[in-house]
Write a protein that binds this ligand. Sequence first.
Ligand code: GLC
Length: 794
Amino acid sequence: MSLATRPTWHTETGEWSVELGDFDLVVSIPLPRVLHVVLYPRGQRPEPTPAIADPGRRSLPFETLESFTGIRCRGGDMDCYFRLFFPHSGDAAEEGEKGDGFPILGVYAHAGRDDRQAHENVVLTPDAAGWKLEFPLQRADRCFGLGEKTGYLDRRGRAYTMWNTDDGRPHIETLDPLYASIPWLVHLAEGGAAMGLYLDDSHRTAWDLGCADPHKVVVRTPRPAVDLYLVVGPDLGDVVRRYAALTGTMPLPPRWALGYQQCRYSYMSAERVREVAGEFRRREIPCDVLYMDIDYMDEFRVFTWDPARFADPAALHADLRALGFRTITIVDPGVKKEAGYPVYDDGLARDAYVRDADGVPYVGEVWPGKVCFPDFSREDVRRWWGDRHAPLLDAGVSGIWNDMNEPADFSTDSKTLPEDALHAYGKRHAEVHNLYGFYMAQATHEALLRERTGERPFVLTRAGFAGIQRYAAMWTGDNHSIWLHLEQALPMALNLGLSGLPFVGPDVGGFTGDTDGELLARWTQLGALTPFFRNHTCKDTRDQEPWTFGAEIEEICRRYIRLRYELLPYLYAQFRRASQDGTPVLRPLALEFPLDPETWAIADQALVGPDLLVCPISRPGVTRRAVYFPEGDWYDVWTGARFQGPDWRVARADLATLPLFARAGAVLPRSAWGASTSLQDRETLILEVYPGSQLAGEWYDDDGASFAYGDGAYSLWRFAGGPDGDALRLAIEQEVAGYESPEKRVRLVVRGVARATAVTAGGREVPFEIAGGDLVAEGPLEPTEWVCRGVYSV
Ligand code: GLC
């Protein structure tokens, strides 16, 4: 065995390549512990998809060593080995055939030096016109990621397709695919070592995760080239963060987008929208955002307002703004095919639409009837589309909701455009399909950046591809008002978080069908802790605003929506972290406790940031549930009761109670609730302290709206301390003081305290009281040390 030709270096990119029969193999290490492998028929190197945030990145230096069986590369904090197969072809590859069925290349990547053996061992074999990629699964291995898929946390045992699809049937475990495609698999192996495999391929790829053969992952692409990234751990969190470095992180959203959002298909008139706004304020249920679904438009023509029902949108938005509401309008891609409608005419004149195989603008069917679809894969079309938003933005709309962007098409059996429809540069829809929603969200995001200078954009999308987090938040589409969908909302959000998307959530209350009070109450409890928090329902369903089901349900919804606002200082810090390095806001237990296999498949509990453990109820009539407490001590945030992990316990969960626990040692920054983020009284920062051997917490703040934080206009406070004899010390430090927050005072709430003798701040005695097991003391917010003396726990 010998190499087909000698390897060559591409010095300008730092890549290394070798000829393998009719194929070229190009290898680079763009980021530490991220191996990039491209294998393609000579001269036909595939372009990276737009998922890759920085496609021009130079490889880190690595050295190569040829051996008898292959090539070894070392660098970028990893160790890789390429096994070259030439055995059966005689030599088919050299004769210009692909030698179907015989492997060509084995790629083994290993995060050197770690004894948890984070490695991946992938074999590439030609398969029909494309390729098959396989690697073995050991008995205890788990599979996560793949973005928006139904089912539970561990995806092993099922097969999935990447093909953005609008499917209104119940999103049960066996239904696949859904609206977004993220060809990124995270693989957790025995011993807790994690690896990730990202296939940078927008075609319809097939992912069999131990379904046909329980001991194998098999990925198939119809494309003649393989563009593969292998990410080695060992920690699950590191793998997820490296993937975020590759595909980009979510930019920090405006603070109002973290508030509660209310939607319906549709609030049919400006009067109805005002009425709903009034109810929220009258009932003192916080709400930041009201949505306008498709009926605000003039017969579903995009970028118009219905002249009768929404006669004066600017006045509507101004009045709502005065009440502390933002508004978001839906924008679908289909442009009504109607001569005389300026958007349609203009698009036609610019040749902006996707064409059919014969080269004429393709005509499909969506809400407005016959429509044409802008070809968002073209930069000039994205710009043109972005500029069409003026009628919405001029009226004062704050964010845009992109829907039906798989794209959905009612006129075909496939429910989308034909695969041979044509996009720019002669690309077929088969290649662009999964990117369509991504490009549309990009167009919208960039339009908001241009038109709202200095403001953080907010775009919500239904369809997407890997990297979509750079442009939009995502909701999980048309779920049903059924308990199963409440149950599956959590693992769906968790796997999206592991797939680069921190800002996700379901339609609270369920979209299709009629919800009921109990279901709405339980769903609102979960929604309060999921990153994106929006209640939405379909046309012709029962109303599902929080007050619809009588006083008891209303009170439960009110309490948890308020909780959301109380937790915003803590949540905002988690969003900040996610925007910096891709650590999900909502995390599976396995992310924080990867060495505890008991956590690996838990799909009905999650951590919000590092310190809050949420255990929602997703069955009717249930008033108790099993909770797994991982290593460490945990406090019931409602009762203050303390539990020691690792252990399974039964938690109380009457209808008004969402089981919610805080990690011992946590210092949670909280605030008072307010009618909306802009109306919160933020004079006092509440620091909720859950005593433990080591206290730690942080609070990040900035103006919540602009990009000034990028120039240092933010503040970062750190809290640290712990027990000291019978005293409890907590140091408040300000690490960055580039922004002056409204908070001027601090209220310390130490949980689980029966008695104390004195409290001092900076050496001076401060009055305190003890009520219901909490020690409460207040003083100015400044860098200082607080000491609670003579503390006896409850
Ligand atoms: C789609 C969306 C849904 C929306 C409806 C009407 O079904 O997923 O959220 O309400 O279209 O626009």
